[in-house]
Design a protein around this ligand. Structure first.
Ligand SMILES: *[C@@H]1O[C@H](CO)[C@@H](O)[C@H](O)[C@H]1NC(C)=O
Ligand SMILES: *[C@@H]1O[C@H](CO)[C@@H](O)[C@H](O)[C@H]1NC(C)=O
Ligand SMILES: *[C@@H]1O[C@H](CO)[C@@H](O)[C@H](O)[C@H]1NC(C)=O
Ligand SMILES: *[C@@H]1O[C@H](CO)[C@@H](O)[C@H](O)[C@H]1NC(C)=O
Length: 232
């Protein structure tokens, strides 16, 4: 028994990069990956995050990421993040990103997300020439590996690692079957997307960003709440 236990621990310690196939065991993939997963306070959730028909977002109260995987081969990703800049601490970039499409669980343990072409993202960068804009997003994403553990308190917990090994925040399963927008083309994609007037209104506040205190005072709506969360 001791030897067996030691072996199990030793095997678990081998990086999944070396393994050749997805191992559906309790130590690694306690449940299938299908379902809706969400990080942190679970406020960012696929299915209700984006309105592709009018290129808008339903701003969640806090930042986070959400991934859904369905039995029919479709995935959906919702991300709401603030990216800091070490050399320019006042230049915090806000990103809302949505896309869906087909996923592949590769034999070598990686996940490939192949977008459908109707994804988009909103970027707010107080220090850039254009401070707030929406653009098409259609990048194929490779996740090097994934693992699902059973958390005693939170249930299934999904860990995925970006193409370069960077871990995504731990994801908790909040729905199964998943909550997702319809698995079909949800908007006509044109090469360039003009910035809507409501975004220009947000620009006005963003242009005045100069310190975190100003950010919270001047920027209305969700971006201000998100920035506040960053500093908590
Ligand atoms: C798995 O295969 C894909 C496609 O060949 C490759 O891009 C990816 O880097 C591989 N993943 C690992 C962990 O080697
Ligand atoms: C976009 O569409 C959604 C869903 O139809 C709607 O709830 C929302 O108010 C619309 N937003 C804008 C900015 O038109
Ligand atoms: C930080 O800002 C500088 C100057 O604009 C830019 O060159 C750099 O890429 C930014 N770093 C990050 C991590 O965004
Ligand atoms: C989006 O990316 C996929 C995968 O690379 C590609 O097949 C598709 O044509 C792209 N769609 C658009 C609108 O660029």
């Amino acid at each position: 028994m001791l030897v067996y236990g030691f072996l199990t621990v030793a095997l678990a310690a081998i990086p999944a990069v070396l393994s050749q196939a997805i191992v559906y065991d309790t130590a690694h993939n306690a449940t299938p990956i299908t379902g809706t997963w969400s990080s942190g306070s679970k406020q960012v959730v696929t299915g209700k995050f984006a309105n592709p028909s009018n290129l808008s977002f339903n701003y969640p109260p806090t930042t986070g990421v959400s991934y859904s995987f369905a039995d029919n081969g479709w995935y959906e990703v919702a991300r709401y993040r603030f990216n800091g800049n070490g050399s320019l601490p006042n230049c915090i970039t806000g990103v809302l990103n949505w896309h869906h499409g087909h996923y592949q669980l590769l034999d070598n343990g990686s996940i490939l997300l192949i977008p459908n072409g109707d994804g988009y993202q909103q970027i707010q960068d107080p220090c850039a020439a254009e401070t707030n804009f929406i653009e098409n997003y259609n990048d194929t994403e490779l996740y090097q590996r994934w693992q699902i553990f059973m958390d005693l308190n939170d249930g299934p917990k999904l860990h995925i690692f970006e193409f370069d090994g960077t871990p995504v925040a731990p994801l908790f399963q909040i729905y199964n079957p998943p909550s997702m927008l319809p698995p079909t083309q949800l908007r006509n994609v044109t090469p360039a997307i003009s910035t809507g007037s409501n975004l220009l209104a947000m620009n006005a506040g963003a242009r005045s960003w100069s310190s975190p205190a100003d950010v919270m005072a001047l920027v209305s709506g969700v971006f201000a709440m998100g920035v506040a969360a960053v500093f908590l």
